[in-house]
Write a protein that binds this ligand. Structure first.
Ligand code: ZN
Length: 119
């Protein structure tokens, strides 16, 4: 099912004088239409995407998450490149209370490509 981008009602197939097209079921209140090619594209765009691979934390990530939920003060996580630092931070943000202030800093030891973010 494809919904009308204007009024969110369902689009329906219409047999018009010049062939099939898709029109808003809110017609005549809403005159939105799209041709069958656009409808096919929209169907694909609105189709549920394949489910994401489930996140399974490593024992190190579990330790980080434990700290976030129960620890206090500051934590330093030393990790090699490609070990999933960003994934850990993003997952950790899910665990923090919504009213908490979070500042995380990801830095490279050699000082290049340093990124900082405040959430
Ligand atoms: Zn509509």
């Amino acid at each position: 099912m494809v919904t009308c981008p204007r009024c969110k009602k369902e689009l329906r197939e219409v047999n018009g004088k010049y062939g099939v097209f898709y029109g808003c079921s809110g017609y005549p209140g809403c005159k939105f239409t799209m041709d069958s090619r656009a409808y096919a594209l929209a169907t694909r765009a609105q189709a549920p995407s394949t489910p994401k691979k489930e996140f399974v934390p490593s024992k190190y990530q579990v330790a980080i998450f434990d700290f976030i939920q129960q620890g206090s003060g500051n934590a330093f996580v030393e990790a090699v490149a490609g070990s999933g630092k960003t994934t850990s931070i993003v997952k950790a943000l899910d665990l923090t209370p919504t009213d908490a202030e979070v500042l995380y800093r990801k830095g490279e030891r050699h000082g290049l490509g340093r990124t900082e973010a405040e959430a």
